[in-house]
Design a protein around this ligand. Structure first.
Ligand code: AMP
Length: 282
């Protein structure tokens, strides 16, 4: 008998996401920072391949959607697969929970079906992942600057030079602008929903239409998101006991001002709109 698909309280995906593994994705209309930096001359993909259609009855298969990117990354357009080599594939999250949300997928079959806590006990893999994280962080920072730079107070002097409104004095460098890397979080979920090993790299604004559930929010603002710098994780680390810690069921607290919304997700979402506006103007 086919096993029923269950979405457990200790994981961050909703049924909608599990069942929509074959939903079509929008192609980006404009060239983004990822495309400019990583794939300036990338040839057009032969055809767009989508993750395998869900069977509806096989819970394992429904959580295997990330595997399609590992099998044939070159068959995806740059609006889905940002970069790939023999060891990693970097993609845009299909249900982004923030303005920019990417995933790094290690390709080696030695590790790619392991739980991250076990996989990152391997020091060799961890070093490689951290190197990859730094590269992708720069890309995410560049994409944030491209998307939000015009709103940011910290970008004003730089933008004035770029717009030709202010001239640099001889020997003067282009002002650096905002440190967008500080606005980025990197980690893994203590209980991943998708089977293939993946690391989240996302902006910290939590401003997205795909953020639809309390557990989506809490999975990125509580310690359920285990920072990549905390690996290898000590054996007695409380984040290994997610059930006891109950991260996903905690009160909803604004990541920026700390205001507590209890279980009121709609009110939190409205508040996050205002906070996003203030954050992007910093
Ligand atoms: P988690 O397993 O909780 O660490 O999160 C899995 C992530 O994968 C979520 O952020 C989902 O939005 C994302 N996701 C799920 N299916 C796909 C897919 N087919 N392609 C790209 N991203 C996906």
């Amino acid at each position: 008998m086919a096993e029923e698909i269950k979405v457990h309280s200790e994981e961050a995906l909703t049924e909608e996401e599990i069942f929509n593994q074959d939903a079509p994705r929008k192609k980006l209309k404009v060239t983004n920072a990822f495309q400019q930096l990583m794939n300036p001359n990338k040839p057009k993909p032969k055809q767009q391949q989508k993750p395998e259609r869900s069977t509806g009855g096989n819970p394992f298969k429904n959580r295997m959607g990330l595997g399609a990117y590992l099998d044939d990354p070159a068959s995806f357009p740059a609006s889905i697969v940002i970069a790939h080599d023999n060891e990693f594939v970097v993609i845009h999250d299909k249900f982004p929970k923030a303005t920019v949300h990417t995933l790094i997928l290690p390709r080696s079959s030695k590790c790619n079906l392991k739980h991250p806590f076990d996989a990152f006990d391997d020091p060799e893999l961890l070093v490689k992942v951290k190197v990859q994280v730094e590269k992708v962080k720069s890309l995410v920072a560049a994409e944030l600057q491209r998307k939000l730079g015009t709103y940011s107070e910290a970008e004003r002097d730089r933008q004035a030079v770029l717009d030709g409104k202010v001239d640099l004095k001889p020997g003067q460098d282009l002002p650096k602008g905002r440190d967008w890397a500080k606005e980025i979080k990197v980690g893994v979920h203590a209980v991943p929903s998708m089977t293939h090993l993946h690391v989240h790299i996302l902006s910290r604004d939590m401003h997205s239409e795909s953020l639809k559930h309390r557990k989506h929010y809490n999975s990125f603002v509580t310690e359920f998101l285990v920072d990549i710098d905390d690996f290898p994780l000590p054996k007695d680390d409380p984040r290994r006991r997610t059930k006891e810690e109950g991260y996903l069921a905690r009160d909803l607290c604004c990541w920026r001002c700390g205001k507590n919304f209890g279980a009121q997700f709609k009110q939190l979402k409205e508040h996050l709109d205002g906070e996003f506006d203030k954050w992007k103007r910093e």
